[in-house]
Design a binder for this molecule. Structure first.
Ligand SMILES: Nc1ncnc2c1ncn2[C@@H]1O[C@H](COP(=O)(O)OP(=O)(O)OP(=O)(O)O)[C@@H](O)[C@H]1O
Ligand SMILES: [Mg+2]
Length: 483
């Protein structure tokens, strides 16, 4: 059905009125009010303006409404009137550079103009068989990501960490530095102070100019915090349908899940995993699937996930990791050492990297991963001074290049990195490693003349750097080589 046909199909007579009977937790229950789920009603108070509220469920013969604001002065017997049977969103270029709430109320003190189109809030994800494959990289301007966790246009990734490790700052860097033509940010459940900080410190005027920021702070009703992500996703879809490569940044998906938990429990759902009702786990894939590539443009999405107590098996983190095409894990240990962005490369994975990088880039990334893995395996011995150089060629090489690799992975907040620079440095590093191990092998060849020969370990090490197949160009298996 076309958008218009859908709208006409969804029309419900607006002359539906009911009566407030009682409150149930955060919801208001109305009788004789057969309004559809997700429709918006107004509750008329004797004093003060009407309260807008959304239909979130039904219990017995009552309709449950979740108010969008304070319920001061609400009384039993107040009238409830249907205002909108569907959520429609005004969209247009006028959204660029603006900070709005989920009801499209501007939070930056200027009137919102230039919204010439209306769209339904919910849209189906692109059909699976019509999605073009993801084959082109989206530069984010963050060197560690572009080089070692390259992300494709239309890919969905999670940024996972405990609190205060740098998720928001990293999202801000991407918003400022990305090559995407549009950025849509959803700030959900943040403290009010953090929003201002984010806009001024992390995003800045340069980032804001091509962005739309949808904000629902922690003090807003849970239903609006849920709507914030839906509105941001719909705005991103609008820009994608205009042919833009859109970067959707969500901070945080966990706080969205917590808000949906509040709404679900208030509507009468039973809690399942750690108090989260089933609707949370049903809603997450429906939203995440809407990002991706379409015929005209793409939505590349990064969702920050707060991992309580740094526990990676926390239910939301667990569920989200399975839904996304990659995860970036931020390490508290790196952050405490002042290593920013605190990306733990070995714990992170971009599943589509082989499809969006050239073979030399991919190979170079594998080389650096192998060095980091070798170093980590021997880190305890190295720290206490028990590692003896010469025991393992790969570890020796890692020790020698550790400063260079760290320098590559660290990036000052205000300095963008270009994609070509990220790739060239990495390929240069790979060549240094290959030549260093090659020299090691030449020495052993020399020794061979004197009766020795390259050891099995040396042969194995060399072949690692010369013959790892590129999964796309040589039909290898990323799941084996990249994890
Ligand atoms: N790239 C960086 N460079 C320098 N300092 C940083 C960087 N990233 C984070 N920090 C420091 O870490 C602090 C916390 O960062 P941030 O607010 O991004 O964490 P968070 O993971 O979003 O926290 P929360 O879970 O509370 O939302 C910042 O205030 C800053 O001091
Ligand atoms: Mg944050």
């Amino acid at each position: 059905m076309t958008d218009w046909a859908t709208r006409i199909h969804n029309i419900v007579p607006l002359a539906i009125e009911g009566t407030v009977i009682r409150t149930l937790g955060m919801t208001v229950a109305a009788s004789d009010f057969p309004a559809p789920i997700n429709s918006v009603a107004e509750i008329v108070r004797p004093a003060g303006p009407p309260i807008l509220a959304e239909v979130v469920g039904f219990r017995d013969r009552l309709t449950l409404l979740y108010p969008y604001g304070e319920t001061n002065g609400l009384r039993r017997g107040d009238r409830v009137r249907l205002r909108r049977s569907t959520w429609q969103l005004a969209v247009g270029e006028g959204l660029l550079g603006r900070v709005i709430d989920p009801l499209l109320i501007p939070l930056d003190g200027r009137p919102l103009v230039g919204l010439n189109e209306r769209v339904l809030l919910t849209a189906p994800p692109p059909p699976p068989c019509e999605r073009p494959p993801i084959c082109e990289a989206l530069p984010t301007g963050v060197r560690a990501i572009d080089g070692l966790l390259t992300c494709g246009k239309g890919q969905r990734l999670g940024i996972f960490s405990g609190s205060g490790v740098g998720k928001s700052v990293l999202l801000g860097m991407m918003a400022r530095f990305t090559a995407a033509s549009r950025v849509v940010l959803a700030l959900i459940g943040e403290r009010g102070r953090e929003v201002r900080e984010f806009l001024e410190r992390d995003l800045g005027p340069q980032g804001l100019a091509r962005s739309v920021v949808v904000v629902a702070t922690s003090d807003r009703p849970a239903i609006l915090r849920v709507r914030a992500l839906m509105v941001a996703t719909r705005i991103a879809e609008y820009f994608r349908d205009q042919g833009h490569d859109v970067l959707l940044l969500v901070d945080s998906l966990t706080r969205f899940a917590m808000a949906q938990r509040e709404v679900g429990l208030a509507a009468g759902e039973l809690p399942s995993s750690r108090g989260y009702p089933p609707s949370v786990f049903a809603l997450l894939p429906r939203l995440v699937e809407r990002a991706g590539r379409a015929a005209a443009g793409s939505i590349t999405a990064f969702y920050s996930v707060l991992v309580e107590g740094d526990d990676p098996h926390e239910p939301i983190a667990d569920c989200v990791r399975g839904l996304l095409d990659g995860h970036i894990w931020l390490s508290r240990k790196l952050a405490s050492a002042g290593h920013y962005p605190a990306i733990d490369i070995l714990e992170s994975l971009s599943r589509l990297m082989p499809a969006v990088t050239t073979p030399d880039h991919y190979q170079a990334a594998l080389t650096v991963r192998q060095l980091l893995a070798a170093y980590r395996e021997h880190e305890d011995l190295i720290t206490i001074g028990a590692y003896r150089r010469g025991a393992d060629k790969l570890v020796d090489c890692a020790l020698e290049l550790l400063d260079v690799i760290e320098g590559y992975l660290r990036q000052p907040l205000e300095t963008p990195a270009t994609f070509s620079e990220a790739k060239e440095h990495l390929v240069g590093l790979h060549l240094r490693v290959a030549s260093r191990l090659g020299q090691a092998s030449t020495k052993t060849e020399d020794q061979k003349l004197g009766g020795g020969g390259p050891t099995g370990l040396e042969r194995e090490t060399l072949s690692q750097f010369t013959r790892v197949p590129h999964p796309v160009t040589s039909a290898g298996d990323i799941s084996k080589t990249n994890r």
